[in-house]
Design a protein around this ligand. Structure first.
Ligand SMILES: Cc1cc2nc3c(=O)[nH]c(=O)nc-3n(C[C@H](O)[C@H](O)[C@H](O)COP(=O)(O)OP(=O)(O)OC[C@H]3O[C@@H](n4cnc5c(N)ncnc54)[C@H](O)[C@@H]3O)c2cc1C
Length: 413
C-alpha cells in the first residue's frame, strides 16, 4: 500500500488509548498510514485527575494544532500553598503566567486528564479505527510482519505494533529479556486520588498539607462542583506496593488507615473517598530500560519512559515521544528497525533530562517529623518572601525538559 504522497503506507496497531497512543495515531494517520488503536477498557478512558503541560509538550500540542482546544479546557489554578493544620498558608507559589521562563509548581497549562483524552480522541476518531474492550494479549513477529493476538480470541497482522499501554506495559514485558534488570525505579512513594464535592472555602489555590510520618495531602478544585483530593505516602514497603492491585474497597481502607489522625481536613476527605465516583491509586515509579523496541514492536509514552508524576513531564513526555516516533518512522519508512533505532537515539537525551531526579528534595518535601515539617514551612516561607521563585522564572530559560529541542520533520509538516 502507498500513501497519497507515494510513500509506503503501514498498517499499525497501537495498544492503548490513553495519551501517547492517540497522539501517535494522530501523526501516523495524518501521514497516510492505517492505524488501529486497541484499548482494553470498554469505552474511552477519559478519567483521571489534573495533569499539566510544560516545555516541549506545549510545543508538541501546538504542532498538532490542538493548543486552542487545550486552552479552552484549562483548569483555573492560580498557585500552590503550603498550609498548616489550621489551613493557614505558610508559603504560596503563584503560577508563572508571564509567558516567559519555566512554569512553576502550577503550570500555565493545567488540564483534567479526561479532557485531554477527549481532545486527542476527537482529533483522531475520523481517521483512526478505535477498538474498545479489546486487549492485546500477546504477539508473534518475524522480519515481515507482527501478528497480534487479542483478548477476544481474534488475531490480526500488522507492519508495526506499538505498546502505548502505560506504566505497567505488557508489551514491554514481552520485548525485554526475561532475566534483565527490573525496569522500575521505585521511589518509595505511593499516591491515591479521588473527587469529592467542593465547598465554599475550596479556593483556586492548590493546598498542600504535610502530616508526620511522611504523609502529604493535596486539595485542588477543578470546577465549581468538584474538588480533587490526593493522599501521598512516603513508605517503601511490600504492603504499599501491593495495595494498588487490591480490590478498590481494600485500597480505600488502606488509605483511611494510613491517614488516621493526620489532621487538617482529613475527616472530610476520607468520608468523601467512600462515596466518590472516581478513585485511582498508583506507586510512584520511573520506567527505565536500555531499549524501546525489538524488531517490529516499539514502546511509546509511559510504557517506554514513565518519568513519574513528580517530574511534571509525564504527559509532555508522551506527547513529545509520539511526535518523534512518528517523525522517525516516516523519515526511514523503508527500514523500520533503523527508524526505531533513530527514535531511541533522538528521544533518549530528552528522556534522560525529564527523568533526572532530586531524591533529597523529594524527601525534604515529605518530612517524617513535625520538626521537619516546621523547617519546610520556614524555608518555603522565606523563599517566597525573597521572591526566589519569581527570580528563577525570570532568569532561567528552560523548563524541565532542558535545552533539548523538538526536531523538525518535513514528513509531518
Ligand atoms: C485511568 C487513568 C488515570 C490517570 N490519571 C492520572 C492523573 O490523574 N495524573 C497523572 O499525572 N497521571 C495519570 N495517569 C497516567 C498518565 O495518563 C500517564 O502518566 C501519561 O499520560 C502517559 O500516558 P500513556 O498513554 O503512556 O499511558 P496511560 O495514560 O496510562 O494509558 C495507557 C492505556 O493503555 C491501556 N492498556 C493497558 N494495557 C493494555 C492492553 N494490553 N491492551 C489494550 N490497552 C491497554 C490502558 O487502559 C490505558 O488506557 C492516569 C492513567 C490512567 C490509565
Amino acid at each position: 500500500m502507498k500513501t497519497e504522497k507515494g510513500k509506503p503506507s503501514l498498517r499499525v496497531l497501537i495498544c492503548g488509548g490513553g495519551i501517547a497512543g492517540p497522539s501517535l495515531a494522530y501523526w501516523l494517520a495524518r501521514s497516510g498510514h492505517q492505524v488501529v488503536v486497541a484499548e482494553r477498557f470498554p469505552a474511552l478512558r477519559a478519567t483521571g485527575a489534573q495533569v499539566d503541560l510544560r516545555g516541549q509538550g506545549i510545543e508538541a500540542v501546538q504542532r498538532m494544532g490542538l493548543l486552542d482546544s487545550v486552552k479552552s479546557k484549562l483548569v483555573d489554578e492560580a498557585g500552590v500553598s503550603l498550609v498548616n493544620a489550621q489551613g493557614k498558608a505558610r508559603a504560596t507559589f503563584m503560577a508563572n503566567t508571564s509567558g516567559h521562563g519555566p512554569q512553576s509548581l502550577t503550570s500555565e497549562y493545567e488540564i483534567m486528564r479526561g479532557d485531554l483524552v477527549r481532545i486527542l480522541h476527537d482529533a483522531t476518531k475520523d481517521d483512526v479505527e478505535y477498538v474498545f474492550g479489546k486487549a492485546v494479549e500477546r504477539f508473534d513477529q518475524d522480519e515481515r510482519k507482527v501478528v497480534a493476538r487479542f483478548s477476544d480470541g481474534s488475531s490480526n497482522e500488522f507492519d508495526l505494533l506499538v505498546g502505548a499501554d502505560g506504566q505497567g506495559s505488557r508489551i514491554r514485558g514481552a520485548i525485554l529479556p526475561p532475566d534483565g534488570p527490573d525496569p522500575y525505579l521505585r521511589m518509595g512513594i505511593h499516591m491515591a486520588y479521588w473527587f469529592i464535592p467542593r465547598i465554599v472555602s475550596d479556593s483556586n489555590i492548590r493546598d498542600t498539607y504535610n502530616a508526620r510520618g511522611g504523609r502529604m495531602i493535596m486539595r485542588r478544585s477543578h470546577n465549581p462542583a468538584q474538588t480533587q483530593v490526593y493522599f501521598i505516602l512516603r513508605q517503601a514497603s511490600d504492603e504499599a506496593s501491593a495495595i494498588h492491585k487490591a480490590p478498590i474497597d481494600d485500597q480505600k481502607l488502606f488509605w483511611a488507615r494510613k491517614f488516621r489522625n493526620a489532621g487538617w481536613q482529613t475527616g472530610r476527605f476520607v468520608e468523601g473517598m467512600a462515596a466518590t465516583d472516581f478513585f485511582y491509586s498508583q506507586e510512584v515509579v520511573q520506567v527505565r530500560t536500555q531499549s524501546w523496541s525489538k524488531g517490529r514492536v516499539v514502546l511509546v509514552g509511559d510504557a517506554a519512559h514513565c518519568a513519574s508524576p513528580y517530574s511534571g513531564m509525564g504527559i509532555s513526555g508522551s506527547l513529545v515521544g509520539a511526535y518523534v516516533l512518528a517523525g522517525e518512522i516516516n523519515r526511514t519508512i523503508e527500514d523500520l528497525p533503523r527508524a526505531l533505532a533513530a527514535y531511541d537515539a533522538t528521544l533518549r537525551p530528552f528522556v534522560d533530562e525529564i527523568q533526572t531526579l532530586k531524591p533529597l528534595l523529594l524527601r525534604l518535601c515529605m518530612p517524617q517529623t513535625q520538626l521537619g515539617i516546621d523547617a519546610l514551612h520556614s524555608l518555603a516561607g522565606l523563599a517566597c518572601l525573597l521572591r526566589i521563585p519569581d527570580l528563577i522564572a525570570r532568569f532561567s530559560k528552560e523548563d524541565r525538559g532542558g535545552d533539548w529541542r523538538l526536531p523538525d520533520y518535513a514528513e509531518l509538516a
